[in-house]
Design a protein around this ligand. Structure first.
Ligand code: ATP
Length: 782
């Protein structure tokens, strides 16, 4: 979304009329896409229309197609479902229905339609476009349209946005609404878990997903479920019931008090027979005599306010959809706005719809490998990782007896820096996966001071039970560096014969890695593989797009800002200056600003100046001046804590209050440590597992490269670790880049790091800032 295109106000001198409709099942975030489409259309000099009740509104026409103004979508970001309504419209499936829809569109003068819905809605949209010339011809023949009208609307622009909680559309990594739905599922299963534990019960939980197991898989990972059932990968073998029961029994034998089985509504066995929640409940009751209950989550999953991820996804995609309309030519295929490799992109709508249909076809011919391959690569990797971090049969003996294989590694795990959501989930996954691979994980408690004091403890399978949902740091964390006492750090690592070190934490964990890397010549104990999993709400570690904890924090900020905005709206004409964390990085401010519809966002990368404050005051005077009846909602400014030394939150608020001259008022809200959030968000939990498993794989790979004189060996080394590696690549940050986990050596990352300001040199999220300004009508800031 380029700066220049955002400023361009007309296209070919013609004022376009762009309509949006929401169709199929409602999905949280649809309103954010409507808001973005409406506002981006207006900014680009077009008229914006909302078609109410999905395709039904198009078929019925009249009042169902409404022109939208800038302020009509004011409250949309925080509202679940779809304000403009959705429907499953039979008439649109028939040609006569589409004929009526075509006539209504031409009569309204609408030449572009943005459809937000699932694969059915998008199939209908593409069919509509393909039939458009024939439909117009027929309408001219029957005298319902004139020749001139038909000629003026010879070409119909269709753009698709995928609003679907199932995440079942191919060609996009994620769909609007899926992550919010995952939030609802995880909240529900977390609640169920506490009662299950109390009564030592089993629960079978059914989640949505007719042909797609994304929700069930992600919920399984995020809640630490014992077993999951998804359509793309049915349980193997005829006797899967025996396998499930023996696996769950093993968990119980290890001491688990609760059992959670997640079944997706489209789950099947390898002969395509449905597997229902009731079947599974009966199985657990009859075979294992567990007190088993069943919960069908149903429509709870669709409800509620969208999470930050969905608000921002829908917003970015909505803006891009308008750009796609303006770029389209008669010969360009209808685009679908997708998310690939963490970037908003356009793909061919019809190809995406076809590819989506192939999954169901592959399943119906029992070609489950193809069905899995048709999902995105992360889906496959995460499925394998879920299995690998959940107890499995072939490692039963090593788990129950702590039997170690010859090539086992002694892996130290330490938290460094401030707490961040997902730290415990990462430790849990690392411990369980390491155990499954025959390694011995050790918890290093209370950061480097704890290590110096020898607070090192072997970790077992059950030691991390339940940690997935815990916020904070169970191991204990602080900001101290190894340089506190490099000699003792080295001594303790040697004493416990730690052969690989996993650091989970913020920028301090990164600098700790650098300290140990640079001290390798003096301290051979540091000559082992080390991985840093970034975990900090500030998102200031180089080498990754997302740190653990950022998503949890953003949702905490969003909830606070929604409440603040409500208060500001009720008080009329009040502007809140909300101060957020983030160190010298504006990520939290920008992403939360976009999610709550902030009027202004101040970030350290840009600073605050008098001229900027003047622009903000001018904007407020103009906007409140236009609103004589006092209908406008309250406004929120987000100020990153380190945006300016001079213009503090109090000073910015005082200036706005003073300059408001009774026209508007100002208050401050400093969010402080509530931004660390409580229980980690599902995305942070899922990311934690992914990074932790990849980190253990990294250790295996790099220990395998250990020099022959000192490869994986005894526990009695006195000179250095029994795994001796010194190559720079062996100390790395595990980063999320696009849809991949990428390891980059800390030594190499130094050139991408602004050490003075403790942040990466590049900020990949600056486009989000531009869109935030755009949708707040702040084109003067672009
Ligand atoms: P969800 O994933 O939530 O079910 P969806 O968009 O797939 O969403 P559908 O019920 O399949 O939901 O489709 C919604 C509407 O789109 C239908 O009611 C119908 O109006 C239209 N539609 C779907 N398929 C077609 C088609 N093949 N031809 C014309 N219109 C269609």
């Amino acid at each position: 979304i380029s700066q220049s295109s955002a400023l361009d106000s007309t296209v070919g001198g013609k004022r376009r009329k762009i309509a949006i409709l929401t169709s199929g099942g409602d999905a949280p975030g649809m309103n954010a896409s409507v808001r973005a489409v409406v506002r981006a259309s207006i900014i680009r000099g077009c008229d914006a229309y909302a078609v109410h009740e999905g395709y039904q509104g198009l078929v019925d026409g009249g009042d169902m197609i409404k022109k939208m103004g800038w302020d009509d979508v004011q409250q949309y970001l925080s509202i679940g479902g779809t304000v403009i309504g959705t429907a499953r419209c039979k008439a649109f499936r028939e040609r006569w229905g589409r004929l009526k829809a075509a006539k209504n569109m031409v009569k309204e003068g609408i030449d572009a339609l943005i459809v937000c819905g699932g694969d059915g809605s998008l199939t209908g949209a593409d069919l509509f476009r393909a039939e458009w010339p024939d439909l117009l011809e027929e309408l001219v023949k029957t005298g319902e349209l004139t020749d001139g009208e038909a000629k003026a609307f010879a070409h119909l622009n269709i753009v698709g946005l995928v609003g679907s909680i199932d995440n079942d559309m191919s060609s996009t990594d994620i769909t609007i609404g899926a992550v919010t739905c995952l939030h609802r599922i995880c909240e529900s299963i977390d609640s169920i878990s506490s009662t299950a534990s109390s009564h030592s019960r089993a629960f079978v939980v059914e989640v949505m997903g007719r042909h797609c197991g994304w929700l069930a898989l992600m919920a399984g990972i995020a809640t630490g479920a014992d077993f999951i059932f998804i359509p793309e990968r049915p349980p193997s073998g005829e006797n899967w019931q025996d396998n499930m029961c023996s696996e769950i029994k093993r968990h119980r034998d290890l001491g688990k008090r609760k059992t959670i089985v997640i079944v997706c509504e489209g789950a099947i066995d390898s002969n395509l027979n449905p597997i229902t929640a009731k079947d599974l409940m009966d199985l657990l009751t009859d075979r294992l005599h567990l007190d088993t209950r069943m919960t069908i989550l149903g429509h709870v999953q669709r409800g509620g306010t969208p999470c930050v991820f969905d608000r921002n996804l829908a917003t970015m995609q909505g803006v891009e959809a308008v750009e796609a309309v303006l770029d389209s030519r008669p010969d360009t295929p209808s685009p679908l706005i997708a998310m690939c490799e963490n970037k908003v992109v356009r793909v061919d709508l019809m190809k995406a719809v076809e590819k989506t249909g192939e999954v169901a076809k592959a399943i119906s011919r029992k070609d489950f490998n193809t069905a899995m391959k048709l999902r995105d690569p992360a889906f496959n990797q995460q499925y394998d990782q879920f299995i690998a971090t959940t107890l499995s049969k072939n490692i039963e003996q090593s788990l129950l007896t702590d039997d170690k294989t010859g090539a086992s590694l002694r892996i130290g795990i330490i938290n460094v820096g401030a707490p961040a959501g997902g730290m415990n989930a990462a430790v849990r996954a690392a411990v369980r996966y390491a155990r499954n691979r025959g390694h011995v994980p050790f918890a290093i408690q209370n950061g480097f001071p704890g290590l110096i004091a020898g607070q090192v403890k072997e970790m077992h399978w059950m030691d991390v039970d339940g940690w997935i949902a815990h916020g904070g740091s169970e191991l204990g964390t602080n900001r101290d560096q190894p340089s506190l006492d490099l000699g003792m750090v080295s001594y303790q690592l040697q004493k416990f014969n730690i052969q690989s070190l996993l650091l989970i934490g913020g920028f301090e964990a990164y600098t700790a890695c650098l300290e140990m890397y640079h001290a390798r010549d003096s301290y051979p104990a540091f000559c082992m593989p080390m991985v840093h999993i970034p975990a900090t709400i500030s998102n200031n570690v180089p080498g990754t797009e997302y740190s653990l904890g950022t998503d949890t924090s953003l949702n905490a900020i969003m909830e606070a800002c929604d409440a603040i905005k409500q208060s500001a709206t009720a008080s009329r004409k009040r502007v809140f200056i909300v101060e957020v964390h983030g160190g010298k990085v504006g990520y939290l401010a920008v992403m939360s600003g976009l999610a709550v519809g902030a009027t202004s966002v101040y970030i350290p990368e840009e600073g605050i100046s008098l001229s900027r404050l003047q622009k903000d005051v001018n904007h407020l005077c103009k906007r409140y001046g236009e609103d004589a009846e006092g209908k406008t909602q309250g406004r929120v400014f987000i100020r990153s804590e380190a945006a300016s030394k001079t213009y503090s939150t109090d000073i910015v608020s005082a200036i706005i209050k003073e300059e408001g001259h009774q026209q508007f008022d100002s208050r401050t809200a400093i969010l402080g440590h509530i931004q660390q959030g409580n229980s980690p968000s599902p995305l942070d939990r899922v990311r934690a597992m992914r990074l932790a498993v990849c980190a253990i794989d990294f250790f295996e790979e790099h220990s395998g490269n250990a020099s022959s004189s000192s490869s994986v060996a005894s526990n009695t080394s006195t000179q250095g670790p029994s795994v001796y590696v010194k190559d720079p690549e062996s100390i790395a940050v595990a980063g999320l880049q696009g849809s991949n986990v990428v390891f980059r050596a800390v030594e190499v990352l130094q050139k991408d790091t602004d050490m003075k300001n403790r942040r990466p040199t590049q900020s990949w999220w600056m486009d989000y800032k531009r869109v935030c300004n755009l949708l707040a009508r702040r084109t003067e800031l672009l």
